[in-house]
Design a protein around this ligand. Structure first.
Ligand SMILES: Cc1cc2nc3c(=O)[nH]c(=O)nc-3n(C[C@H](O)[C@H](O)[C@H](O)COP(=O)(O)O)c2cc1C
Length: 269
């Protein structure tokens, strides 16, 4: 009798009349909960995105300060970063361009933009495409002369692309520091590239020999060129170390910053 009366009701009335633990009501509650939860997560994610972007930018700026030896705990990063002169560099010519605003130029977006980048055929750093323009940071002495240049570098390690900076003295050959601010290598193994003791090994090394030949290497054994061009590979993380070797040599070479470093040595910057 009740089956007959239920059949006469509409679907909504039948749903409402069903017991709370019926399959229909259980599925309805589960789906509703999922929908509400996903809407809350999406809303929070959208609302926090500007803050995340701001924090990412601040982290990058803190890393530029660190690689230049200017970072202090608790410092105002934005104010500290203002000592740098950002410039957008055209890699092929090694000269600055005013085609883009260095404050807003996005190196990673440029590397993915077919207009602003090129696919690499010879790709030891494993980056696929290379932007034609990158943002570099100049640090000047009080008299306006150049103190250091901070150059962005990136390339593949073992599990991830490593993004970082190399700081060079004004002669464009002596390394002041190197550090990565974004990578996904294994903690305790490849991620030891962040270890201050390993990073300190870079200070005072030289990119090229007196003939201008690029000699810097990251390897287990020193190259014939000598210790001044050699950084010890990380123990237990040879593959990440090989990645660092490849990417540093790529970016300091002809396809990278070599034209800029030539201009620097010639006093044209
Ligand atoms: C779970 C796991 C994670 C690893 N992560 C890394 C890494 O991030 N970087 C790296 O170079 N090697 C890593 N390795 C080790 C490599 O497989 C390889 O053994 C090592 O690079 C060789 O370095 P070695 O010649 O100094 O021992 C990892 C190994 C395992 C099992």
């Amino acid at each position: 009798m009740s089956d007959v009366s239920n059949q006469n009701k509409g679907p909504i009335a039948r749903f409402l009349a069903a017991p709370p633990d019926s399959v229909g009501k259980t599925v309805f509650i589960a789906v509703s909960l999922c929908l509400v939860a996903s809407m809350i997560v999406s809303a929070v994610s959208v609302a926090l995105r500007p803050m995340q972007e701001q924090n990412k930018l601040k982290d990058k700026q803190a890393n530029v300060l660190q690689v230049a030896g200017l970072y202090e705990d608790g410092m105002d990063v934005i104010e500290g970063f203002s000592v740098f002169e950002p410039q957008v560099l055209e890699l092929a010519t090694g000269t600055f361009t005013d085609q883009f605003d260095p404050a807003t130029f996005d190196d990673r977006a440029a590397a993915a933009d077919p207009e602003l980048s090129a696919r690499l055929t010879d790709d030891p750093a494993g980056i696929g495409r290379q932007a034609k323009f990158v943002t570099v940071y100049l640090l000047r002495n009080n008299d306006g002369s150049l103190d250091k240049v901070i150059l962005p570098i990136h390339g593949y390690g073992l599990w991830s692309t490593l993004y970082g900076f190399i700081a060079l003295e004004e002669n464009g050959n002596d390394i002041f520091g190197l550090q990565f601010y974004d990578h996904g290598e294994t903690p305790g193994l490849g991620a030891e590239i962040d270890n201050p003791r390993w990073k300190a090994l870079w200070n005072g090394k030289r990119l090229s020999d007196d003939d201008g030949t690029l000699q810097i290497t990251v390897a287990k054994a020193a190259p014939p060129a000598g210790a001044e061009h050699h950084v010890d590979a990380l123990a237990g993380a040879t593959l990440t170390s090989v990645g660092v070797d490849n990417l540093v040599r790529f970016w300091m070479g002809e396809a990278g910053f070599a034209p800029f470093l030539e201009n620097l040595k010639a006093g044209e910057i």
